[in-house]
Design a protein around this ligand. Sequence first.
Ligand SMILES: [Zn+2]
Length: 294
Amino acid sequence: MKHFPRTESSIALACATIGLVVAARSPTFAQAPRFRVVEVAPNAFAAIAVPGGDAGSNSGFLITRRGVVVFDSHLTPAAADSLLAQVRARTSLPVRFLINSHFHGDHTHGNGAFPGDVEIISHATTRERLLSDTMPGLRLPTLTFLQRVEFFPTRDSSMIALFSGRGHTDGDVALYDPHRRLLYGGDLLFNRMIPVVRNAYLREWITTLQELHKLDAPTVIPGHGEPGGPEIIVELIEYLRWLTDAAAEATAARIPRDRFLQETRLPDRFRDWGGANRLAANLEKAYDDLASHP
Ligand SMILES: [Zn+2]
């Protein structure tokens, strides 16, 4: 497990704490901490969401000589504004691109906070799904792709938005920096948390994660949870294997759905994961998928 310096975060949290103390007397100053910004590599940052806050998910931004590339826009325009303030505190270069890793609102509903000249880029299916999102002021992707897009390639720097197959949704894009050896996974990656699976392709997700693992990035930023290393990918593969194998065995043995849901227990190695309230939905989804496509 890789550890990152917490200096900035400590300051941010200290400020936030002071803010909350002030807020108790004056609601004008109410500002709950949204995220902690961590420099995961030189000029590459991750904003790690504070659980329960309006950031809703992790995001990232990378500063290049040609401008800034942002990965995901959080759950609210206010959280995206805070992220843009964090960018401005570090560079006067403009944000050039915002990547939407997938269509879920906790990664896209901040899009409207980005200036109109910022190109928003996503997988083509992500844009299609966002067409039916009723979030007021939502800005839709202005550029779409199917496989990969490379941003600002030079001899010593580049960033690649990659579609490696379906997984958490049908249009998940990761951002890979081969020089800084970083991988932003969006919701293809949850770190030590039961994942959200309502739009997922569980078995394909495993294959997609195996592809991401081959990139051999020592620094990995998940959509939810703390940044770390490739063990984040390995552990989620292990979880998805357990989930799909359990459901496949149950459906093959014609164990009724109710009994499967009641009797299936999470293995010990996943017991301390967050999001335990999502386990029932995970089991239902796995059973239904495996029952219809054994
Ligand atoms: Zn999601």
